[in-house]
Design a protein around this ligand. Structure first.
Ligand code: ADP
Ligand code: MG
Ligand code: MG
Ligand code: MG
Length: 400
């Protein structure tokens, strides 16, 4: 037992030595802090002799954003480690293995995935990942189905929900995604060159109505245990493997929020090709890969989800003829709405994405920003009318 303090690299080594059955006694260990340092420390500890390595992720008691600091609960480390264990039980191949969780230090010891790359970086480099849609579709279907009232005993679900209330991290989402972008909020981060487009958001009343409906779902629709932050920076990938990390925002929420996070980040990269593709031909090819992936993610998700429901459904009433189709149509609509909302916030809200911000040419960056914003708005507007994933694809195709 030890009281909370942020570890130094040296302390991270000492801590790792005491983990049973891991490193050889007295062996030479190296430590490196590899996190981005805004919310959490991430140490990679490796044993020189064997090359064996682990990751220690430790929550900091504050978030550093735009120079300011605000307090943030350490309990999110517990939420992250518990969510990883639930996800691992459902799909052992799709998350890092958790070796240990230390409540006093708000620290999770997990498998080192340094042989993978962060998917956002891989997409910026123009790589293609043919197994990704199948992997993430399966991850979404199993985690969302088996933690929902469709696939889990409903009393057990309520008890589990109590462990994942997560009010502080939910509030970050509530503000940054479902409020600030639609008004002149101080936290917004708007490049001068798209100021006019941002200001249009603030008076777009039809859009505001849709965002209010989505916000209400985020606040009240406890459908399933969500990852809560499933962007391409929370996905480690290589040709034959996909691993989901960083579920510290996990809570019981609307399923479409997680699916929408994946689709939004693929479409943000689609918009960002204004700055990354070498020429028209390579841009068209990569965009067509990304759009096919968007479609495949939904298709794999839906196929997996329906077959889990047919095989493992726990609720007699929910087997009523027509209900599954009704549910999936509504889920697709939510997905489209959340996809749009997650795109808009990445252009005008506090936290942006490297796909767009790292484009050096200001004119190309502006085109990417405007395109992402237009796509996001179009998806939010249409969300409650969509009945097939092809309609989402058609919107993205039409705007480009
Ligand atoms: P945060 O919640 O602060 O965003 P993440 O869990 O996303 O923290 O981790 C931040 C970075 O640390 C990742 O982008 C990755 O570079 C590194 N990292 C995190 N977990 C692992 C892991 N299991 N294996 C290797 N690197 C990791
Ligand atoms: Mg660092
Ligand atoms: Mg992260
Ligand atoms: Mg995180």
């Amino acid at each position: 037992m030890s009281t909370y303090h942020p570890l130094t690299e040296v302390q991270a080594i000492a801590y790792s030595r005491q983990i049973p059955n891991l490193f050889q006694e007295g062996s030479d260990l190296a430590s490196q802090e590899i996190g981005d340092g805004n919310l959490n420390l991430v140490f990679r500890i490796s044993e020189t002799a064997t090359g064996k390595s682990i990751i220690l992720k430790q929550a900091l008691p504050y978030a550093k954003v735009v120079g300011e600091s605000w307090p943030l609960t350490l309990d999110r480390a517990r939420i992250e480690s518990e969510a990883l264990l639930i996800e691992e039980a459902l799909n052992p191949d799709l998350v890092p293995h958790v070796y240990a969780y230390d409540a006093d230090l708000a620290l999770t010891v997990m498998e080192d995935l340094s042989d993978h790359v962060i998917m956002r970086k891989g997409l910026i480099e123009g790589n293609q990942y043919p197994l990704f849609a199948e992997h993430i579709g399966r991850f979404l279907a199993t985690t969302l189905f088996f933690t929902s009232d469709l696939g889990k005993n409903q009393q057990d679900k309520k008890i589990q929900q109590g462990r994942f209330i997560n009010p502080e991290l939910c509030k970050i989402t509530e503000d940054l995604i479902f409020d600030d972008p639609y008004r002149d909020a101080e936290t917004n981060n708007i490049e001068a060159q798209i100021r006019d487009a941002a200001e249009q958001l603030w008076t777009d009343h039809a859009l505001h109505l849709e965002v209010a409906i989505l916000r209400q779902k985020f606040l009240t629709s406890a459908q399933a245990l969500l990852h809560g932050d499933l962007h391409t920076g929370s996905i480690f990938i290589k040709a034959d493997s996909t691993k989901v990390i960083d579920p510290e925002f996990a809570y019981y929420g609307p399923m479409g929020f997680d699916i929408g996070a994946v689709l939004a980040n693929l479409i943000l990269n689609f918009a960002a090709q204004e700055g990354w593709s070498k020429d028209d031909e390579s841009r068209a090819a990569y965009r067509s890969y990304l759009l096919q992936t968007v479609k495949d993610v939904w298709t794999h998700f839906e196929a997996n989800f329906r077959s889990l429901w047919n095989e493992h459904g726990v609720d007699r009433v929910f087997q009523t003829a027509g209900y599954q189709d009704y549910f999936l149509t509504n889920l697709l609509q939510d997905t489209v709405g959340f996809t749009g909302a997650k795109m808009v916030r990445r252009i005008v809200g506090l936290a942006h994405v490297a796909d767009i911000d790292k484009i050096e040419d200001a004119a190309a960056r502006e085109r990417a920003q405007r395109l992402a914003l237009d796509l996001g708005k179009a998806l939010i507007r249409i969300n409650r009318q969509v009945t097939s994933i092809d309609e989402l694809i058609a919107i993205v195709t039409k705007e480009t």
